[in-house]
Design a protein around this ligand. Structure first.
Ligand code: FES
Length: 591
């Protein structure tokens, strides 16, 4: 397998790097006439191209039912045109993907995280099976980006990623303010509690709550592109750009911008550089580049999902990265960005003041980001951003380093008798740093959503709402719980914290703790907590604990019985059988 996958023929007879070093096994003579007949039929123009042109797989996560992905086929066509114009052979193909926002509306969310593995499997499979010499991936929605990078790390052939791009801002005439996908979820909380109102600032305030919801649903997503705040898709794209795996600016260039099309053309030049200089994914996926990913995630207030995905990418690339690295970087990196969900602005706003390269430039100059890492352009990260404009002095989105929103990062790794193997909290400080409340346990998110819809969560006392059996194995699929957190924000319930062994959406905010490990399905302490137990989350001591004695926990553990699996056949059953725990990225190829 290794001989087949890793070609040793790095140079040709002329001593120059051999750009078609994988496909040459099929194309050099007439050993595989059937393969060559098929390739001629598929579009190889002549014998010279057959024998010399490198094959570049162009994998878009296209599908038309999701704004994050619906334009990716067109981006792929642009890439193919540019690749072919530079004497290579571009082969477009597709992987599957799902919409995180759409799946959130039903039990389909259980299928979301596993799509990351299916995307990685697809990219690895097509690249290796078809003897591609290089790979350009074009992802859009949340799980797409880590899936593509994991696929690249597995095949380890020259590769780069083009992010599909962020969505433009929506605008609600009724609310008279910019709106986005998270506005819809939060408005639903207010809708449920009958507190959804138009602003009373002199305009027409006659709209019913249903008319306001209708207006939001129609205007939150104005076209193609991934969710516009520092949610998971933009977080992962930003992190991956800071690791050197995209062209500069990829993560902040909006999907609808002409610059995104230009990026597709430039990607062909870059992939040729990668082939000529043998720049392979594992040369870019290093401890230093992961450190950069962590730094930019903290500085921009990225999603907690970055913890899971960066761990998965590191495990796949063979780089040692642990939860403790996240805490170490969080402790030293100031939180600078006033971006949604906790802030006011969107990625499209950041693009207008210079985009992610301008932020990188600031962080490199401050010695926080490592500008010396290699990138897919053949230059270092610092060289890539050197000619980029600095952030304007009058901009308000990125705070200065001496006056940050928070002195340290917003992601906190918690441990304690509630989560001995770790949990991930997103704490911006706005909600305070410590929370103690009585446990209220829900088996599955749907139970909590029902309770919220019935108005069964009282406002009087501090409650820690615990949603369990939603981990990688238990969900299965570690579903995101945006609906509950958004409804709580929308309803103005400030007396609650949310804790789960599942995940939170990048759009979630409030006092939330996810990724609790070990998960309930394998008998972790989260399965043993009972209604009324006192639970404390402390972001200063990085602990999550319950006031239950060790003896009592042991007694409960003996009583605990694993629940019957909710799925026994099909893709989710396979996933549940293979998946590792969240503290190791929830990957499916770690044996
Ligand atoms: Fe695709 Fe948000 S649903 S990025």
């Amino acid at each position: 397998y290794l001989d087949f996958v890793h070609s040793s023929e790095l140079t040709g007879v002329d001593g120059k790097p051999m750009l078609n070093r994988y496909s040459t096994h099929l194309t050099r003579q007439h050993d595989f006439p059937g393969a060559q007949a098929m390739l001629f039929a598929a579009g190889v123009p002549d014998r010279h191209a057959m024998q010399t042109a490198p094959h570049v797989g162009i994998a878009s996560v296209w599908w038309e039912g999701n704004p994050c992905n619906m334009h990716l086929l067109d981006l792929g066509k642009e890439v193919k045109k540019a690749v072919n114009a530079r004497g290579m052979l571009g082969w477009q193909y597709n992987t599957i993907g799902v919409s995180d926002a759409i799946t959130m509306g039903n039990q389909g969310m259980r299928f979301s995280l596993q799509t990351r593995e299916i995307i990685a499997d697809s990219v690895e499979t097509v690249t290796c099976a078809q003897a591609h010499d290089a790979n350009i991936t074009i992802p859009g929605c949340d799980k797409n980006m880590p899936g593509c990078i994991m696929g690249m790390a597995r095949h380890n052939r020259p590769s780069l990623m083009i992010y599909g791009g962020t969505i433009d801002k929506g605008y609600s005439e009724t609310l008279r303010r910019p709106v986005n996908i998270a506005t819809c979820y939060e408005a639903f909380g207010a809708y449920t509690f009958n507190t959804l109102r138009q602003p009373d600032d002199g305009g027409d305030t006659s709209k019913t709550k249903d008319e306001i919801m209708e207006d939001l649903e129609r205007h939150a997503c104005p076209g193609a592109g991934a969710c516009g705040g520092m949610y998971t898709a933009n977080t992962m794209a930003t992190a991956i750009e800071s690791m050197g795996l995209t062209l500069p600016g990829s993560s902040s260039t909006p999907a609808s911008s002409p610059a995104k099309m230009r990026e597709c053309a430039k990607a062909a030049d870059a992939i040729k550089v990668c082939l000529e200089q043998d720049i392979t994914p594992k040369k870019l996926l290093t401890h230093k580049s992961f450190e950069n990913a962590l730094v930019i995630t903290m500085a921009l207030g990225g999603s907690t999902n970055a913890v899971l995905h960066l761990l998965a990418m590191a495990v796949t690339a063979g780089v040692e990265l642990t939860l403790d690295d996240f805490q170490r970087v969080s402790n030293k990196i100031p939180f600078l960005a006033d971006l949604a969900p906790s802030g006011k602005y969107s990625m499209a706003d950041l693009y207008e003041i210079g985009g992610v390269p301008s932020v990188q430039k600031l962080l490199i100059a401050a010695g926080l980001l490592d500008g010396s890492i290699p990138t897919v352009t053949g230059k270092t990260l610092a060289e890539n951003v050197a000619s980029w404009p600095s952030l304007p002095s009058d901009q308000v989105i990125i705070k200065s380093l001496d006056s940050p929103i928070k002195e340290s990062g917003h992601i906190q790794i918690l441990r304690g008798n509630f989560a001995p193997a770790g949990a991930v909290a997103k704490i911006t400080g706005k909600e305070g740093l410590r929370f103690t409340g009585k446990a209220r346990c829900f088996e599955k998110e749907v139970e909590l959503n029902d309770a919220l819809n019935r108005g069964a969560i009282p406002r009087g006392e501090n409650l820690v709402l615990i949603v369990r059996y939603e981990g990688p194995k238990g969900g299965p699929g570690m579903p995101e719980q945006l609906k509950a957190s958004a409804a709580i924000m929308g309803a103005g319930l400030t007396n609650v914290a949310l804790v789960t062994d599942g995940r939170y959406s990048g759009a979630s905010h409030g006092f939330i703790v996810g990724h609790v490990c070990p998960e309930a399905a394998v008998g972790g302490p989260i399965a043993l907590v009972r209604d009324g137990d006192e639970v404390t989350i402390d972001a200063q001591s990085n602990t999550i604990s319950m006031k239950v004695s060790d003896e009592e926990l042991e007694r409960r553990r003996k009583e605990w019985k694993p629940p019957r699996p909710t799925v026994t056949r099909g893709t989710l059953a396979k996933y549940a059988a293979l998946v590792s725990d969240a503290s190791h990225g929830a990957v499916t190829d770690l044996f």
